[in-house]
Design a protein around this ligand. Structure first.
Ligand code: AHG
Ligand code: MN
Ligand code: MN
Length: 341
């Protein structure tokens, strides 16, 4: 049995300039994940479910656990000093760590501390998503916004924690995707899924179909294609949608499938956030042999201009994503702001 800590140390040589900082950083994420996991497991017993009454920068209701997870991840990342700043779904501006050790560190972290938080009250799987970059500004100075506005292909590492029927931490540093399952009696993550590969084809499509009439024509055509009978293939496909990106993605990563959150008229750039939801999931997807797109172009090539910007998102098995891109090219036009036909 190999623990997450042992595995990260054993893989440190894969980074030519590695000084152990990234190893420590992943250790901080592991620690915060355990603390958040413990609290999530108690939801229903203690006063942590439900809304706070406040809204975040996106105008969404903040749940108590959104804030709890945000505080725990921030504190863990600041405490060991391997991170000079953090950006979070729950905070409008970047968080600058001004300590001496922190401002001399070379990494920034972007995170969705609790993904799928509307599921927490009903005991359904939630997650945490993280993305790690090397800063651009000089070490020793306070971190700046530009350090966070980097395209996804520059990510050094990314991953998620899925608080499900078991708790798993899945990450990549650009050398494959590796999954670790937490043994709750010991509080230790053990390597359980080395070198995860997403099947090239899948039979699952995941989308909030309640929004169907508002979708771009290319997406509507693709959904009908998923539902059509084809004696040569496994269609019709199965529809599965949990409403936690992490949980939907995790299932599709293992079984094969496609996750879609397209644009629609009232949300021309969709809902999901590029920097701390789509980019890290895209990095994992590509490392597992899949594809992540906004319908027309590679997610990780998008040059971000805003911390909380959104993008339409299609990701999963390579052949399924290519198929939806073909429908988008045929029936929806990128020039049109809502990608409608
Ligand atoms: P978050 O809880 O971090 O705001 O993210 C929720 C996201 C994503 O996890 C999920 O797939 C999607 O929102 C669900 O949105 P709909 O309810 O609109 O389908
Ligand atoms: Mn989210
Ligand atoms: Mn969230």
């Amino acid at each position: 049995m190999i623990t997450l800590g042992e595995y990260i140390v054993a893989k440190q040589h894969e980074f030519p300039e590695a000084s152990g900082e990234l190893t420590q950083l992943l250790g901080s994420i592991r620690l915060a994940a355990k603390v958040v996991n413990r609290e999530i497991n108690k939801a229903g017993l203690v006063d942590i479910i439900g809304a706070t009454g406040a809204e975040n920068v996106q105008g969404e209701q903040q749940q108590k656990l959104d804030l709890y997870a945000n505080e725990k991840f921030k504190a863990a990342l600041e405490a060991r000093g391997e991170v000079c700043g953090v950006a979070s779904e729950e905070e409008e501006d970047i968080i600058i760590f001004n300590g001496k050790k922190q401002s001399h560190s070379k990494y920034v972290v972007l995170m969705d501390p609790l993904d799928g938080s509307s599921n927490i009250d009903v005991n359904v799987t939630v997650g945490t998503i993280f993305s790690i970059y090397r800063r651009l500004s000089p070490v020793g100075t306070p971190v700046i916004l530009d350090d966070f506005l980097q395209p996804g292909y520059k990510q050094v590492a990314a991953g998620y924690v899925v608080y499900g029927s078991s708790t798993m931490l899945v990450y990549t540093t650009g050398h494959g995707v590796h999954g670790f399952t937490c043994d709750p009696s010991l509080g230790v993550f053990y390597l359980s899924h080395e070198n995860m590969q997403i099947p090239q084809d899948g039979v699952i499509y995941s989308i909030n179909e309640g929004n169907y009439i508002k979708f771009p024509d290319g997406v509507k055509k693709y959904i009908k294609y998923c539902q059509e009978r084809d004696p040569q293939t496994s269609r019709p496909y199965t529809s599965r949608y949990i409403g936690s990106l992490v949980a939907d993605f995790h299932r599709n990563l293992i079984k094969g499938g496609i996750y879609m959150y397209p644009s629609f008229a009232s949300a021309p750039k969709g809902k999901l956030r590029l920097l701390y939801e789509c980019n890290p999931i895209a990095f994992l997807t590509e490392q597992a042999g899949g594809k992540a797109s906004d319908g027309f172009r590679r997610i990780m090539d998008i040059e971000p201009t805003e911390l909380h910007e959104r993008t339409p998102f299609f990701c999963g098995s390579i052949n399924m994503v290519q198929q939806v891109e073909a429908f988008m090219a045929q029936y929806s036009h990128e020039e049109h702001p809502e990608f409608h036909g």
